[in-house]
Design a protein around this ligand. Sequence first.
Ligand code: RBF
Length: 177
Amino acid sequence: MATSLKTQNTGDASLHHKVKNARIGIAVAQWNSEITFALRDGAKKFLAEHGLAEENIHIHLVPGAYELPLAAQYLLEIGNMDAVIAIGCLIKGETPHFHYISESVSLSLNNVALKYNKPVAFGVLTVDALEQAQERAGGKLGNKGEEAAEAVLQMLNMKETVKDISANRGRIGFAGR
Ligand code: RBF
């Protein structure tokens, strides 16, 4: 999936010019940093490959995945970012923490996106074992950080396209009928 932007209607050539100037926040959990730093690098690489300038990418570390929703909120509200990529890695342990944290993080990230009306990508791995995370952080199953970056670009692109459609209303379509 991570390379599909290049071939779909949100591809390089058709990426809205405003999206290339977007300010993107990346919040990275430090728990399981071997994995989360690889996901962060995947996200950064994807954004650079799609024309986003390094000075518009703002990377911040947080302790663990549980802190990601508040970090996303800081980045959108205080940092005035256009979108956030939340990166973490939750590995199932012997306590129920995994379920509490993963449920809270996924719901809260979505709530932040809806509250601020801005894309927040879920770049959080929830796995049974470290090996499964490695496979998804640059291993045989790709890099989910890249895919999270792709998701925010697609959503930003969609937002700009919808704005254009809205701005053109009245010039074409049902106007005057
Ligand atoms: N944070 C993660 O990002 N990944 C984990 O796998 C993870 N496992 C945790 C397991 C336990 C038992 C606890 C108490 C915390 C864990 N955290 C993990 C940290 C959590 O996201 C948060 O940073 C801390 O609980 C401090 O609020």
